[in-house]
Design a protein around this ligand. Structure first.
Ligand code: DNO
Length: 355
């Protein structure tokens, strides 16, 4: 099991590799080519440059998070096969560079969604939060503006401005796409990339939808155990795997995440661990990692990973903004470092107790 931190790469991240490297137990970073649009090819040169930048900071890249999937692939649109061919080229380049874990998601239009990126807690820390009542009142045509306002001018990962500019067009394109269509398009994509994945032993690790239910009337298909098991069994191949994310699956208190880890045993090459505190049936916030601060029992989750022989990479995922830090929402240094140490402590205790 290898502890990592997400690093957004040169020019994007406020956290330096120098600092990341000093977190005890860190084995590498997970990163992405932030300037690439979904559907574009990642070349050998692009990847070599990113690897060199990480190396210069003394760290290896252990996974790509994410090589994003275009909406044409998700919708089954006119450019689907062209974009899949490009994706295969990107995987070829990743495989050649020795990067074998690829995190991605299949959420329509946008990645994870929060309504508040700077909610102040009692102790003066700031956290990401979600309130369904706010979402229900959002005018999707003004989503770009509201997100810019909420993110305090930071570029929010997963909400590329290019995508936001096409928001109306994208909503139209998804009008007739059902959950089943989306699922079948995911299966089509996974089957199409199987060869290149086998060639380089690449593990595709789908990230769950966040929050774990449909929003803005768009279909969502990776929200619970049944859907995850269906995907893993429909494409029952070594390249089809899950990024287990406690922050995403944990948004829905009905998800039994220990059960999900057991159901996906052997198919979790990557884990994102963060805690969620449910304040009401329609409101949650991202708390500190500690079990006592949130609604998720982190010990039970890490124990389930340990019990199922997890030997992939994991990361503390989002953290609170503390000690006056200013960083990308969720991606400061300090609280993620605390989270990483806490998890390493649980893992060490589990290892020693098992002996
Ligand atoms: C949130 C992240 C997600 C994740 C993507 C994977 O901070 O966990 O943005 O990287 O959903 O494609």
């Amino acid at each position: 099991m290898k502890m990592t931190l997400r690093w957004y790469g040169p020019g994007y991240d406020t956290v330096s590799l120098e600092n990341i490297r000093q977190i005890p137990g860190i084995k590498g970073v997970v990163t992405s080519l932030m300037g690439k649009l979904p559907g574009e090819v990642w070349t050998d040169e692009d990847i070599a440059e990113l690897q060199a930048a990480a190396k210069e900071g003394g760290l290896d890249i252990l996974a790509f998070e994410s090589i994003n999937i275009s909406d044409d692939i998700k919708i089954g649109g006119a450019k689907r096969d062209e974009h899949i061919a490009n994706y295969i080229k990107s995987l070829e380049a990743a495989g050649k560079a020795g990067i074998q874990t690829i995190c991605y998601n299949f959420m329509p239009v946008f990645d994870w969604t929060r309504t508040d990126l700077w909610r102040e807690r009692e102790d003066g820390s700031f956290v990401l939060a979600y309130n369904q009542e706010v979402i229900d009142q959002v005018d999707v045509t003004k989503l770009k503006e509201s997100m810019e306002e909420m993110s305090g001018g930071h570029l929010l990962p997963g909400w590329e401005p290019e995508r936001m500019d096409r928001i109306r067009e994208l909503f139209d394109a998804y009008k007739d796409v059902t959950e089943e269509d989306l699922f079948q398009n995911l299966v089509y994509f996974l089957n199409a990339i199987e060869d290149v994945c086998s060639k380089y032993d690449i593990k595709m690790a789908i990230h769950p939808d966040d929050p774990a239910w449909p929003i803005f009337g768009l279909p969502r298909i990776i929200t619970n155990k049944e859907q995850i098991v269906r995907l893993l069994t429909t494409v029952d191949k070594p390249h089809n795997n899950l990024t287990f994310c406690s922050g995403s699956l944990g948004t829905n208190p009905k998800n039994d995440m220990v059960e999900i880890i057991h159901a996906a045993k052997g198919r979790i090459p990557f884990a994102h661990l963060r805690n969620v505190r449910h304040n009401s049936p329609t409101d949650f916030e991202e708390s500190a990692h500690l079990s006592s601060d949130g609604s998720v029992d982190m010990y039970e989750l890490i124990k389930a990973l340990h019990d199922t022989g997890f030997d992939g990479i994991y990361r503390p995922d989002h953290g609170r903004m503390i000690w006056g830090e200013k960083a990308l929402p969720g991606y400061g240094l300090y609280d993620r470092a605390l989270g990483a140490s806490y998890m390493e402590g649980i893992w060490e205790a589990l290892e020693k107790a098992g002996k």
